[in-house]
Design a protein around this ligand. Sequence first.
Ligand SMILES: [Zn+2]
Length: 400
Amino acid sequence: MITVKNEESTLAVDWSDGATSRFHSVWLRDNCRCEACGEPSIGRRTLRLSGIDLEVTISAAEALQDGDSEIVRIRWSDDHRGEFDGAWLRDNAYDTESRRKRAYRPELWTDQLREHPPSADYDEVMENDSAFCDFLETIHRHGLCFVEGSPAEPGTGANLARKIGFLQESNYGLVQDLIADRRHRSIGNDFHALKPHTDEPYRASPPGIMLFHCVETDENGLGASTFMDGFEIAETLRADDPEGFDALARYNQGFRRHFDGDIDLICEFPVISVDEFGHVCGVRINDRVASPACIDPESVPVYYRGMKRFLQLAEDDGRMIQKVLRPGDIAAFDNHRILHGRTELRFQGRRWLQWMQVERGDFYSTLRILSDRLGRHRNTLPLLRGAYGSSDCRKEEAEA
Ligand SMILES: [Zn+2]
């Protein structure tokens, strides 16, 4: 049984396990879930903060049992009354310990995972909700899942992508054909190895979930796709060189891609994004499109040291999954976490991959809805973060 103590400007809640959380009166008033204040189950609010006195206090509070659930009943100094579900309060408690517990801690890749890369069967994923949910959870947990046994026909990857969410269009189109053909000489016909990188870090929002579908290859040809866990190499950098890691999480790296014509994409984001507790939540790493970094002059040497080490780690064969994609194979991965590249292509005929992308918000929406439908726990799903910058550095600065 939970107990509450009215401290006027805050409410102290003692949970049944002995922990205590405090909620500010104004926070509670702002999050009131009564019918007059909105319909929070679908995210609709009729309550407006502009109508709330920031100095509002709690006049009375009590915790009581209501069937299987516990509720907290509150009356505020503005005479408004509301009720909170105890479990909801616990899920949304914002004391440091509760936030830390909820913070997403990714499982890093291990040698075992590299030896047995996560994979799924195409027909199962397409036809069975449970297998599809497993596939999405695998991408969520490990950043990557291969799908095997799909028809080696153009459009197949897009069918799977559309099941995950909406296809994202860019200047490359909705579906991009990557064709390397020995029989034709053309620009774009590139056979060289590509170092592992994340795609399009020069965008304000880089591609989220990316899918490569192999339509055609020379069966005897060589040339493997490579994948790496960007979070694993970031953590390795942190262990090797904590100052270098901090510099990459703190300062913004410029990225630019200028295409002939009328496209000029430029942005600045940290190479490593961390949450308020320092957990890595996104990486942008692509040496080919780097432009000047904005760094405090004193930190230039340590930034470059960290950057070079990070790029070296991204070339470490021992941390890669190498996989020759065969016709019908799909690689699906989170581009805010996973680096991809390829070894040199050695074959006579043609290699044809199709690639497409789905926004990460849509991916997590599908995973949540499906988890609910299948009765799986969705509490372990993180709020969307990604390679959009760091929050703990700002906190440090605010404290300084
Ligand atoms: Zn209300």
